[in-house]
Design a protein around this ligand. Structure first.
Ligand code: FAD
Length: 394
């Protein structure tokens, strides 16, 4: 039974894996984070942080570190990508804070990742190991054993698969094939804010919702850079993550959009491309002392800007359950998945719905504008209560 006293093994050192290690450390539990890459690093640019994840930052002791690096927008605005008219907005002011108790922020993902990594380093409870590609995992004795691509084996008390969309650990626990390719492509880039036309240089998160396209832009860091995410429908499929985009295809897809959007897109010469995938929600993502977390458990489209937020919620919940079950990992992981699957499943399903809303065309687009434009600020906030007002366990 020696393995029961070993650290917990976390596969993957992305935002989810590091948050899990930190959440366990805050409860006095040691972990080993095994990352396949040569360094702990995040790719991509901006990330939105809803009030629900700030509730988690408070639990993890991260609020100050995150707040120092984040940009706090004054509003979330939806514009019509064709007519350039404002559709709706949520003002992030006193009413928002009174309602949700926590703020809304925009952050560079490297800064978010770094803040969690630094907290892991400082707590003295987390071993951070690079060039550790996990190829297999199984329960063994009173713990678990993982095999590595270099032929090595590592034992631990339990295993958390936080190895992302293309998770190896999910293949072992759920064995449900490859993720679903959505047919939506995201191009991402960062622009010096001085390059942004003055009238578009807002302190806000702006989404230009178009016909089978949308563009999101918002400031990062102290406003010196602007994050751009352009999404469109395409049959082109390349498995994987983060390759270079083709600006000609992008401009063709956005040809029918307003001048403001085309101006912004024209400023970028080099885009990185993501083929957007998700999965159907599942309710069993643990087996004995092995479980999944973050994108490995519930990959979602990014339309609600919640994938990383959900991974961090997972981390806090999982550590709570391990303590409640006094280190009985199998029981704790069962409680954890039961607590989480309906909330994360709802975000997976609703993210698809929001994608339809953002990409509405023709009469549906007009109906969307009429429906959303008629909402009062209170109705706007009430519509997000299920998401930003959670999670219930904390
Ligand atoms: C365009 C776009 C915009 C987004 N915007 C937002 C947003 O605004 N807000 C938000 O909350 N979320 C957003 N997301 C989602 C968010 O990026 C992800 O949900 C989040 O990063 C998932 O974190 P993770 O740690 O679960 O997985 P990942 O970030 O994928 O990390 C997995 C880690 O595991 C490692 N790994 C993989 N396999 C192995 C292995 N076999 N052995 C060892 N290590 C392994 C990988 O190298 C990686 O470091 C967005 C996503 C996209 C595509």
């Amino acid at each position: 039974m020696a393995a029961a006293h070993e650290p917990v093994i976390v596969v993957g050192g992305g935002i989810g894996g590091l948050a899990a290690a930190l959440a366990l450390a805050r409860k006095g539990l040691r972990s080993r984070v095994l990352e396949q890459a040569p360094e702990f690093k995040e790719i991509g640019a901006g990330i939105q942080l809803g009030p629900n994840v700030f509730k988690m930052f408070a639990r993890l002791g991260l609020t100050d570190a995150i707040s120092r690096m984040a940009w706090f927008p004054d509003r979330l605005v939806m514009m019509d990508c064709v007519t350039a008219a404002e559709v709706t907005r949520i003002t992030i002011g006193k009413d928002f804070l009174d309602h949700f108790k926590f703020p809304y922020a925009l952050i560079h993902r490297a800064d978010l990742h770094q803040a969690i990594l630094e907290a892991c380093r400082q707590c003295g409870m987390v071993e951070l190991e690079t060039l550790r590609k996990v190829t297999g995992a199984a329960e063994r004795g009173g713990g678990v054993a993982v095999t590595l691509a270099d032929g090595g084996t590592i034992e631990g008390a339990a295993l958390i698969g936080a190895d992302g969309l293309w998770s190896t650990v999910r293949g072992i626990i759920a064995n449900d094939g490859a993720p679903r390719v959505s047919g939506h492509i995201a191009y991402r880039a960062v622009l010096a804010s001085e390059e942004v036309p003055e009238r578009l240089r807002l302190g806000s998160m702006v989404i230009w919702a178009g016909e089978k396209t949308h563009l999101v832009h918002y400031p990062l860091r102290s406003g010196e850079i602007t994050n751009l995410v352009a999404v469109f429908h395409s049959n082109r499929y390349e498995e994987g993550w983060d390759s270079y985009g083709d600006p000609a295809e992008l401009h063709e897809r956005f040809a029918g959009t307003c001048e403001e959007v085309r101006t912004m897109l024209g400023k970028i010469e080099q885009w990185r491309m993501w083929v957007l995938c998700d999965r159907e929600p599942i309710k069993i993502w643990s087996r004995g002392r092995m479980t999944l977390l973050g994108d490995a458990a519930h990959p979602m489209l990014q339309y609600l800007a919640q994938g990383a937020c959900m991974a961090i919620e997972d981390a806090v919940c999982l550590a709570d359950k391990v303590v409640e079950r006094q280190g009985d990992f199998a029981a704790a992981f069962g409680d954890y998945q039961s607590t989480r699957y309906l909330r994360t499943g709802r975000v997976q399903v609703m993210a698809r719905v929001y994608g339809e809303i953002y990409h509405a065309a023709g009469v549906t687009r007009e109906l969307r504008n009429q429906w959303l434009g008629a909402r009062t600020p209170q109705e706007g906030m009430a519509g997000m209560e299920w998401l930003y007002g959670g999670p219930d366990f904390a």
